[in-house]
Structures are given as structure tokens and as C-alpha cells.
Ligand binder design. Structure first.
Ligand SMILES: [Zn+2]
Ligand SMILES: [Zn+2]
Length: 431
């Protein structure tokens, strides 16, 4: 009988220690950038009342109609249907309303990070559990807010060292101008229905805007000749979009207009944008995607509140960093190992351990009865840079041998100087 070997569930992954420096670097840079721009961190639940997604994202979207994970408990007596979050915005809006954040001084700027869940067909670069950094600004209807979110994403990617990026932007109008445009769009598509993929033939009825961003060649050909939202914006939407672009110009953010960019979710209004690598012409590996969603807070039961936000796909971001050869800084592992010989040395070793730990040195010490050679070997094995060696003689003289495990050179120091000496050496080699 073979043993059962368990595997990760389809579409999920382990992020092993060797991969972690990328994730740690992203977290650190994103946090520093966003806190520095006045955003506050919020932690949101991983599951919510499924209604906020059905209502907020739209029942006809792929995310809700095909990709939601519903939760089932043992008793099944829950009166609300729960779903794992497929994205973060609806939960952030729910929290803004529930916690009365509209009575705080506006705008309210929030960011969060964590796992999202979608039951997608796993293919290259797509996971059923994936990670995002999400950013939202509530209570600011000016183009300044659109600019600030785009700029903050641009800034994070730049600080991580990514090059060759471009923002694609579009405006999808407001409830005043969009219905008229959609009517025009449907009129145009009516004569092309035979040339569309089956998905698009369905979209024609339920979500005509999404006809524009179908990735099928035949559909893209038709989309090229379609009337654009940009030519059909009302005066307010037009001004808002122009102002947003002026801000981007001012900050030297590289952008291009893409009239086929509509984003997959129902809640967007006005500005929508994506950030991709310039070589990614079809926007197949979008790193950042977002936009304005002025109607969502009211739709989910709050007061009418303008809002704008985005999310960064972290798997895509790690992929882009690797592709561009960006190496994250090494995280600090074991820096010093204490090796001792004999009872007296063992006593002193504990004191040296405390001194080094207090000096913020990463020190590893497990008393051992082995000889010095095998102890040096195991110190090198766990990745220590230095070994502090205390034998019977050193213990009597209040001295310590400091051994560089890379070069195998060693020197004797008075035990009171050892922390200072190690600190100086660690700063110099920046390991
Ligand atoms: Zn409008
Ligand atoms: Zn299509």
C-alpha cells in the first residue's frame, strides 16, 4: 500500500523561505510609501456576507457568477451566505459604512494587504488564492484623489526598482453620460454580432462595456472601430479626466490612453487605469488595476460618497521583479553562533548570548557537548557569519575568540568588547 502524499489544493501555493525576501521587500516598500502619503492600514476579514460582492461587484460579472468561493459550515444554520473575499474594495466599503468613517475628517485613506480568493481555471500566473495590496480613498471627488492613487502605485513600483512601466488610463463616464454611450455602443456592435466570440455575444446583453476588452483577436478587431467613451463624456467627466491627466503630466508619470480599458467590475465610474510593463501590449499581465467608484458606498447602504482605489497583484509584481533581475535585500538570518567547550564556558556563554541579543545581533546558542570542529561545521550550516568561541582558557581570562566563518580567520577579544566588535563588522560587510 502506497502512502498518501498530500499536495496543495489546485490553484494554491506555498511561498517557501527562499522566496520570502521578495515578499518582505514589497511589504516594506508599500507600507513605507503608503504611510508616508497619509494612508492608514486596515485589516479586513477574509470572508464577508456574500451580498456585498453580489451587489457591489455585480451579479453578472465573472468574479461573482463563476469564481466565488462560498463557505459552508457544519450546522449550515447561518442565516447569511458567506463568501471568501474575491477582492478587497467591497469589504473596505462595508467597513467604511459600518464604522461610521464618513463622520471622520475626509478624505479617509486606507490600505490593506492579504489573500483574495477566486475559483479561476488555474493557468500560468493565475491562482485561486492570491495576494494583493489594496488602496482606497473615500470622500474626495476631485481629480487630486485619482492622481494620488495612481502616483502612490507608481511610486511603490519605482521604489522597488521596476523600470519600463506605463499607466494605461481611460474614463468610463458617469450615470449621466454612460447610458447614452452604451446605447451607441450597442448600435455599433449590433451589425458585428456574428464576428464575436460566444462570451461576447452574451456580454452584448448583460455587460456591453466589456465587449471592448475581450482578448479574442476577432473581438479586438471589432473593438477597434467602436465609438469611444472618451468622445462621449459629459462636460464634468471630461474635465475630471483632463485634470487627472494634467497631474500625471506634472509628476512625469508615463501614461497612454486606452479606450478599450474598462476593468471587469460593475462598480467603476470615470477614471479606470492599469499599470503594466511597456512590452505587455495586450495588458495580459496587469500589475496594478483600479479606478474610481463613486456609486459603491451608496449602493452598499451608505451615504453617497465618492471613492477611488486600486490593487496591486503581488504574484505579478514578484514575477516582474524577477524578470527585470531585481534582487531584494537579503533578510537577516543567524549572524553569530556561540560555541563553547566545558562547564565554565557554558555558564559564560549564556551571559554573552544575552549581551549580543540586547545589542540587536542575531545570535544562536544551543549548549553542546561536541568538540569545536563539529560545532564550527554546524554554525556554518545554519548560515552564521561569525562564531564566538569560548574554551576553558578563554573562560578563565574573560576572553573570546571571534571567528569569521567565511575566511576562517580568528582573533581574540576581551569579552566586554565583543558586541561592539561584531556590530562594527556586520555594518561593514552588510550581510
Ligand atoms: Zn459623465
Ligand atoms: Zn469576445
Amino acid at each position: 500500500m502506497g502512502k498518501q502524499v498530500y499536495q496543495t489544493a489546485r490553484g494554491t501555493k506555498d511561498i517557501l523561505p527562499a522566496e520570502q525576501p521578495y515578499w518582505a521587500q514589497i511589504k516594506q516598500v508599500a507600507e513605507k510609501t503608503l504611510l508616508g502619503l497619509g494612508f492608514g492600514r486596515i485589516t479586513l476579514p477574509h470572508f464577508e456576507d456574500a451580498d456585498i460582492y453580489t451587489k457591489g461587484i455585480g451579479a453578472d460579472t465573472d468574479i461573482v457568477s463563476k469564481e466565488m468561493f462560498y463557505l459552508k459550515s457544519h450546522t449550515d444554520s447561518d442565516s447569511v451566505k458567506l463568501a471568501l473575499r474575491p477582492e478587497g474594495t467591497a469589504g473596505a466599503v462595508r467597513s467604511y459604512i459600518q464604522n461610521g468613517m464618513s463622520s471622520l475628517s475626509q478624505p479617509v485613506r486606507l490600505y490593506y494587504t492579504g489573500a483574495m480568493f477566486r475559483h479561476e481555471r488555474p493557468q500560468k500566473g493565475r491562482f485561486r488564492e492570491f495576494y494583493q495590496v489594496g488602496v482606497e480613498i473615500f470622500g474626495d471627488d476631485s481629480a487630486k484623489a485619482d492622481y494620488l492613487v495612481i502616483m502612490s502605485a507608481w511610486e511603490i513600483l519605482n521604489r522597488l526598482g521596476l523600470k519600463n512601466l506605463i499607466v494605461y488610463a481611460n474614463s468610463i463616464g458617469c450615470p449621466k453620460c454612460r447610458p447614452k454611450y452604451i446605447a451607441k455602443l450597442k448600435k455599433y456592435y449590433k451589425s458585428h454580432l456574428d464576428n464575436l466570440c460566444t462570451d461576447c455575444q452574451n456580454r452584448y446583453e448583460v455587460n456591453p462595456l466589456r465587449l471592448l476588452d475581450c482578448k479574442e483577436d476577432s473581438c479586438q478587431k471589432v473593438a477597434k472601430g467602436a465609438p469611444t467613451m472618451l468622445d462621449n463624456l459629459c462636460t464634468d467627466c471630461k474635465t475630471h479626466f483632463q485634470q487627472t491627466l494634467e497631474y500625471l503630466d506634472y509628476f512625469n508619470i508615463r501614461y497612454d490612453l486606452d479606450p478599450t480599458l474598462v476593468r471587469g467590475l460593475d462598480y467603476y465610474t470615470r477614471t479606470v487605469f492599469e499599470i503594466v510593463d511597456k512590452s505587455d501590449k495586450g495588458r495580459k499581465n496587469t500589475i496594478v488595476g483600479g479606478g474610481r467608484y463613486d456609486g459603491l458606498v451608496e449602493l452598499l447602504g451608505g451615504h453617497s460618497t465618492p471613492a477611488v482605489g486600486y490593487s496591486i497583484g503581488l504574484e505579478r509584481l514578484v514575477g516582474a521583479m524577477k524578470e527585470q533581475g531585481i534582487k531584494p535585500p537579503k533578510t537577516r538570518g543567524v549572524e553569530v553562533c556561540i560555541l563553547q567547550l566545558g562547564d565554565k564556558a557554558r555558564e559564560i556563554s549564556k551571559k554573552i548570548y544575552d549581551t549580543l541579543a540586547k545589542s540587536d545581533i542575531n545570535v544562536y546558542f544551543v549548549p553542546s557537548n561536541d568538540g569545536i570542529r563539529p560545532q564550527i561545521k554546524s554554525a556554518a550550516k545554519i548560515g552564521a557569519t561569525y562564531a564566538v568561541i569560548i574554551g576553558q582558557k578563554e573562560a578563565l581570562n574573560d576572553e573570546i575568540i571571534l571567528r569569521d566563518l567565511t575566511s576562517s580567520s580568528q582573533e581574540v577579544f576581551s569579552s566586554k568588547d565583543i558586541a561592539e566588535e561584531i556590530k562594527n563588522r556586520l555594518i561593514k560587510c552588510e550581510c
